[in-house]
Design a protein around this ligand. Sequence first.
Ligand code: ADP
Length: 540
Amino acid sequence: MADEHDAREILKPLVFRLHENVPAIVREVLLERGWTEFDKKEQDDTDWNLYWRNSPFRMTDYCSIKPWQRLNHYPEAVRITRKDYLARHLKRMKGAYGSALYEFSPVAFIMPNDYVRFMAEYSKEKQSLGRRPSYWICKPVDLSRGRGILIFQDIKDFVYDCTVIVQKYISNPLLISGYKLDLRLYVCVTSFCPLTIYTYEEGLVRFATEKFDLSSLDNVYSHLTNTSINKYGASYKKYKEGIGCGCKWTFSKFRSYLRIYGVDDLLLWKKINNIVMLTLLAVTPLPAASNCFELFGFDILIDDKFKPWLLEVNYNPALRLDCSIDATVKRKLLHDIVELLNYKQIDALRQNQVAGTKAGRTHVPLSTPGESALEEASDLLTCQGEAECTATSSVQSALQAAKGSIHKVVTQTKKTARGHPRKTLTSQLRERMNMPKTSSQAKAETKSKQLPGAVYYPHQFVQPSRWLPTPEFWNCKLTTLPYFLSDKDQKPIPRVGDFVLTFPFNEAALQASRDGIDVKSIIQEINKLVNKDSEIDLVI
Ligand code: ADP
């Protein structure tokens, strides 16, 4: 009788909880995987596994987290995603560790505070003979989607009416068939303490939809690569030579393109990964919090010398589906995120007495750690690696009892389921962009696909001998074993789907990040990588 009860408990699907305005695709993917949606009226307040919001959580949400739960934001992640905060952090790092390493972010000034410094720089440039004055881009610090952006060369055209960041405009971007592009790179941080970073190998290349032209700085369709802008451009739907219709490519297509022209895309990828690590190091340490993750959208611009530049880091990178490329990339991205969250069968119980013990928590993995393939929802509740299951005997017998009927249940679940403000470049688009977002698009294929071409590892991951959380780690008020460590060896899983572990990248980096974070030693390690990479010439 007791066994039957436990078996029924085991059959509980994982439960997601969505706050308002979460893109429809998040719900769709979780339902596809056999999850059910949290029902406030029917369910206990803690009876969920994943809470996804577009806005930050309250501190109480972090304090009351249960071992079977995950939150999609890390406390204070905004330190990196607000343009002025990021600029300050990067400037500090430049000062501390040298501008050579941190020269990947364009020179920036925060207005109005840095007005005098900016004017000094501007005047110095103007007075240096034989040098063409720089172009500048002015962006409101807390807006996104290209809103309120202004590009100028002459100071008389520079006006602002809120806190803005003025960045050197990269006026020699890499162009494909005359069109500017940038990369939307997805980065998932599963922990800031110890720092654990995954970079997504697939991503989006976003094109401007009119040819790059420095003589028309007011043309948003030529200078900005935001989809939220370009989808309203007259050329968006038209076939554009060398680009195609729309305004997006996948990373896979871009890498193939680079290889055709003899560009070392692997070296470019390594440089981009260094940018990611150095940027995240700039905001560490963040307050310790367990069972969180943060999906960041890094915007990277590549110039005509193949140097990658960091433009900004986005909180809640857009998960809207504007085209079939979005659907392919973002759907798989979400599936891979759920895999990365490493839910165990025991998490479906959502019970303290089983899953809530601190050091003694052991799990039956829902998927084999490190497995790269995206699994079908039915695999979610398939009891894999049963030999590893060391939970209480009642749970074990319940698992046995339930095993035969799990597949059936999952299949069923799957079926249901300064002065005067001037008109900026984008002000005319604001109204349209503030319109409600479109509902979810047509379903894209859900099965895992190996990307065409080579598999890229940013750095050879040197397997650390053993990584067990230290006493200091526990002092971070963590309540559970970190979910991102593999059950087999207690090390971060090197690869999950298209997510590749970027940090820690070797034993030394691992050691320097486990007992608190020794940024200086980590930077030394990164310097070694950079020096090694710079020995290789990047040529077309
Ligand atoms: P937002 O948060 O409003 O999207 P971004 O910083 O991402 O602001 O800038 C929007 C777009 O403007 C980028 O996608 C890129 O095309 C262009 N851009 C931004 N900064 C620069 C820069 N420093 N140099 C060249 N282009 C830039």
